[in-house]
Design a binder for this molecule. Structure first.
Ligand code: SAH
Length: 216
């Protein structure tokens, strides 16, 4: 499974990617350090290895994509997590965003609806030494009630609307980062300010693969 290694050459390219993200406006030091630490080339097909540190999304298995590093950094920064926080990710995919959250020192719960990706990524993250608390094979529209509430919820696919369970599974003070709409999506932040109230802020256009509704 581990087809390539991490080398000084990869580390050099990674540093250049981090410099580019800083130029594009990412300021969160912990997020930049995470991106600087994670061998992104190992999260994608080896045929893309030479391009792994470009600021681009790439295809992974099951017609899905590994998100663009800028998008990963932007969403991770919006979450404003502290070490030890509990975070739910919707759309495990390649596991790259999961790894960023692990590097940030949070307890990660992540849901993936494609069985092939769920299985591959679970094995892969373990091999790489990342230890999310729980990887779930299921439907992200429902969230993950058993472990709620969460300090942060991050959705890594485009949601046609905001699923109610995700709002209700936020802790008071918790933050939901979700791209909403068809194509493109508007990056949207909800902060839960009380049992019944949420503050909403919008952060411009991004492009994601769709958050798919259950087939049945
Ligand atoms: N965070 C991932 C992004 C993958 S793309 C990465 O960095 O690689 C979005 C992912 O969301 C895909 O893996 C897709 O299968 C998954 N997805 C789509 N609809 C979903 C749903 N309803 N529940 C959970 N995951 C879903």
């Amino acid at each position: 499974m581990m087809k390539a290694r991490d080398t000084i050459r990869h580390a050099g390219k990674r540093k250049q990617l981090v410099d580019l993200l800083v130029k594009k406006g990412i300021q969160n030091k912990a997020v930049l350090a995470a991106i600087n630490a994670i061998p992104r080339h190992l999260f994608m097909d080896s045929s893309f290895e030479d391009h792994a540190y470009q600021d681009k999304a790439f295809p992974i298995a099951a017609d899905q994509t590994i998100s663009q590093p800028y998008t990963v950094a932007f969403q991770s920064a919006l979450l404003e997590v502290q070490r030890g926080d509990k975070v739910l990710e919707i759309g495990t995919g390649s596991g790259y965003q999961t790894a960023v959250l692990c590097e940030l020192g949070v307890k990660v719960y992540s849901i993936e609806r494609q069985h092939e990706l769920f299985r591959k990524t679970k094995t892969f993250l373990t091999k790489l030494g990342y230890r999310p608390k729980y990887l779930s094979f299921g439907d992200g529209y429902k969230g993950l009630e058993e472990y709620a509430p969460y300090d942060g919820i991050i959705v890594t696919a485009g949601a046609p609307y905001v699923p109610k369970p995700l709002l209700s599974q936020l802790a008071i003070g918790g933050r939901l980062v979700i791209p909403v709409g068809d194509d493109p999506q508007i990056m949207t932040l909800f902060v839960r300010t009380s049992e019944t109230e949420y503050q909403k802020r919008e952060y411009g256009e991004f492009r994601f693969v769709p958050l798919l509704e259950d087939k049945n």
